[in-house]
Design a protein around this ligand. Structure first.
Ligand code: PMT
Length: 226
C-alpha cells in the first residue's frame, strides 16, 4: 500500500495537450498523450491528496479514481480552469503541454483550397504562459511545479536549457524531460531530472510514468516539510 503522506493537501495537476483552432475542422496541437499528468493525479489521490485534474486533449485514459476532472481544449481554457482551481490549492503541477502560440485569427468556416489563390500563411500570436501567471499570483506557501520538455542543441544541453527555464519561470521545482527520439511524449515510460529552485538536482531514472510521479510527490513532500 502507498503511504497516505499527501492527506489534507489540495493539489491541481494539468495534463495533455492543448488544441488551437484554425477553423472548425483544423487545429495546431502536440504529441502529449496525458499519460504523465494522469499518473501524477492518480498517485496523488492514492497518497491521500484532494486532486483536481485539468485535462486538455489526451489519448483514451481511465479517469483517476478520486480526482475531480475538468476537461478543456485551448490554452486559454486551460488557463481559466487552472487559475480557478489554483485559488484553493496547496500545490499546482503543470504537466500539460500548452501551446505557446495560437493562430492569430480563427476562421468561422472551413478554409478552402482554391487554384487561383496563393498558398495560405498562418500567422501566430502568443498564448498566455499559465505557469508564469501561477508564479505571479502564487498564494502564500503554495508550491508550484513546472515541467520542461527539452532537446539539446548548439546553444546547450538538455540540463542547461532546464536550468535556464527554472530560473526564467520562477517555479519551486522543475521536472525536466529529455524529448525527441521517441522519448517522454506518448510512451509508457519517462525519465529526467528534478531541479529545485535552491539548486538541488536529482536524476529520475527511466521507469513508468507512475514511478516518475511518485518521485515528484516525494520531492513536493520534502519541499513542504522544509
Ligand atoms: O502527456 P505525455 O505523453 O505523458 O507526455 C508527458 C510530457 C512530455 C508532455 C510532460 O512530461 C512534459 O514534459 N510536459 C511539459 C511539456 C512542455 O510543454 O514543456 P514546455 O517547456 O513547453 O513548458 C514548460 C512549462 O510551462 C510546463 O510546465 C508547461 O505546462 C508550462 N507552460 C508552457 C507554455 C504555456 N503557454 N503555459 C504554460 O503554463
Amino acid at each position: 500500500a502507498l503511504p497516505r503522506d499527501l492527506e489534507g493537501l489540495r493539489v491541481v495537476v494539468s495534463a495533455g495537450g492543448t488544441r488551437e483552432p484554425l477553423d472548425p475542422v483544423r487545429y495546431l496541437g502536440n504529441r502529449s498523450s496525458g499519460k504523465q499528468g494522469y499518473a501524477l493525479a492518480r498517485v496523488a489521490a492514492q497518497r491521500g491528496a484532494e486532486v483536481t485534474l485539468v485535462a486538455g486533449h489526451t489519448v483514451e485514459l481511465p479517469e483517476p479514481a478520486g480526482a475531480v476532472l475538468r476537461r478543456v481544449s485551448t490554452a486559454e481554457q486551460m488557463r481559466e480552469a487552472v487559475a480557478e482551481a489554483a485559488k484553493e490549492a496547496d500545490v499546482v503541477v503543470m504537466a500539460a503541454a500548452v501551446a505557446d502560440f495560437r493562430p492569430a485569427s480563427r476562421s468561422g468556416h472551413k478554409i478552402k483550397k482554391t487554384d487561383d489563390q496563393p498558398d495560405p500563411v498562418i500567422t501566430l500570436s502568443r498564448n498566455p504562459d499559465i505557469l508564469a501567471e501561477l508564479v505571479t499570483n502564487r498564494l502564500p506557501g503554495q508550491v508550484i511545479v513546472g515541467f520542461a520538455a527539452e532537446t539539446g542543441d548548439e546553444r546547450g544541453s538538455v540540463l542547461d536549457h532546464g536550468r535556464a527555464k527554472l530560473r526564467r519561470k520562477g517555479c519551486d521545482l522543475l521536472v525536466l524531460n529529455a524529448v525527441g527520439d521517441g522519448r517522454a511524449f506518448e510512451v509508457e515510460e519517462n525519465a529526467g531530472w528534478l531541479l529545485a529552485a535552491d539548486g538541488t538536482e536529482r536524476p529520475i531514472p527511466l521507469g513508468s510514468k507512475a514511478q516518475l510521479a511518485a518521485a515528484v510527490w516525494d520531492a513536493v513532500g520534502e519541499f513542504l516539510r522544509h
